[in-house]
Design a protein around this ligand. Structure first.
Ligand code: CA
Length: 249
């Protein structure tokens, strides 16, 4: 072996830690450039695409960690791109964050149900954008680790609430809380991924028992009951206006 060959270990030590790769899908050049500049400055590797078709090609070629996806694109729109990304096994695992205009709650709901992981509302400041991306990637990485360890049915502790899925038990400051079956399921579902927004439909889908139907309206009712029972901690279950609910990060 040549003497000056850098071993993999040394390489890891000597190089600054490379950050994640992000694909920016945006047809408006100034916005694309602004995002690229700010992400580059944070150390992310950035690819850009100006159309949906280009986005799909780049996603397969570069396998980014995260795709910032504008919904309003010429030709194939962002929603269609998202659907295709989540359908394709090679790109399904990539985190998709939609860029939406204010007031487009219906789009946000559709996008989340189509498999987008999160959304950012335009206009946004670069600072907010970076903070959100960091938090989304952190959540994504954390979740990947937990999935590896088979998080199914693992007890979780979140902000003083202890949830034992196996025992169907919730403890707040060590005291058991008397929750209904659906309330328990909703709490566990949301608390498993703090910070992630879920639409009512996604919640229905997650908690649906085999024998009885839960409606989206019923989810609202359950949430009201759940918050009441949680008392002061009820505020941990946040309403995201026009979109759904999330457990506070
Ligand atoms: Ca656009």
């Amino acid at each position: 072996m040549p003497k000056n060959r850098i071993t993999e270990d040394e390489e890891e030590l000597s190089l600054p830690q490379t950050r994640e790769r992000i694909l920016v899908v945006e047809d408006e050049e100034d916005i694309q450039e602004l995002i690229r500049y700010n992400l580059n400055r944070e150390g992310y590797t950035v690819d850009c695409a100006g159309s949906g078709e280009e986005a799909l090609k780049t996603a397969i070629k570069k396998t980014p960690d995260l795709i910032l996806l504008d919904l309003m694109l010429p030709g194939m729109d962002g929603m269609e791109v998202c659907r295709k990304l989540k359908y394709e096994p090679a790109t399904r695992g990539i985190c998709v964050v939609m860029l939406t205009a204010k007031g487009e709650e219906a789009d946000i709901v559709t996008g989340l149900e189509m498999g987008a992981d999160d959304y950012i509302t335009k206009p946004f400041s670069p600072k907010i954008l970076i903070a959100r991306i960091r938090s989304i990637l952190r959540r994504k990485n954390k979740n990947a680790v937990e999935t590896d360890e088979d998080q199914e049915n693992k007890p979780i502790e979140a902000q003083g609430i202890m949830i034992h899925p196996g025992r169907h038990e919730v403890l707040v400051s060590g005291k058991p809380l008397d929750l209904s079956f659906s309330e328990f399921k909703i709490l566990y579902f949301l608390a498993k991924r703090p910070g992630w927004v879920y639409t009512r439909y996604q919640i229905v889908d997650a908690i649906r028992g085999e024998e009885y139907a839960v409606t989206e309206r019923a989810v609202d009712v359950q949430i009201v009951g759940l918050r009441k029972k949680l008392g002061k901690l009820g505020k941990l279950i946040e309403t995201v206006r026009g979109v759904g609910y999330r457990f506070k990060e």
